[in-house]
Design a protein around this ligand. Sequence first.
Ligand code: FE2
Ligand code: FE2
Length: 265
Amino acid sequence: MTDYELFNLNELNGWIIGSEFEKNTPFYSSLFQLGRTNYLYPWKDPKFHYHTESIEIYLVLQGELWVIVDEIAVILKEKSILLVQPGIFHSVIGGKGLIQHFGMKIPSMEDKKIIKEEKDDYENKIEKITKSGFNQSPYKQLDRNHGFIADLKEESNINCWLIGLWEVKYKTEKFCFAYINFDTLEEKNAHIHQDHFHYHSESTEWYFTFKNSQELLVNDTIVKVPEGYLLKIPKGIPHKQISMSFPFEGATIRTPIQDDKIILS
Ligand SMILES: [Fe+2]
Ligand SMILES: [Fe+2]
């Protein structure tokens, strides 16, 4: 088993990490599917769809995404995250500005159900839902059976496990998610106690760097994760975050988390 994989996401658009069913993606994972728009103009999905098994997350870093979740139209502003539960219809219907966002499906599998409807029916449905207005206060939480929206500019949503198990705002047994944003070293030191060298019995951990860079010790190698890169650390591989350059922005995802044990080494 390799110790780690480092992906350069810069310049890539579309589905980057796909399931075994999506042959066109350059990388494969059974755990995690990753796509992105890298400063693209707003678009409109051709149909509503839902996922039978996967949770989908939209992480908007720049621009604005307009999304319909079941019967609710929401505006996803810059630095916000939307989680859509399996079985819930959703569709991107537009946006504003140049959009930089990440789309993730966890777990990664061939479970997308496109709902066959005539173009007119789709347009009528969108009109009906948006007639009552976009939810201008999208951070008002969605019904938990449908999903979850969080404003990542809000202090309490950053630099912590926002989604996952234990003391989090949104509980799921499928994955953990943290959005990291530290302007200075002092800010980081005030938030995080010393990270221990550890490994996971079940989880693969993914470290994103959106701005500047971070370094991790993986086994006995120092791995630098520059801006726009993604580091994958498989289960059983000891690791520890050792430094970052500021202002830093990134995210960490761990999956699957059920039965995972964190073992200090
Ligand atoms: Fe989807
Ligand atoms: Fe870890």
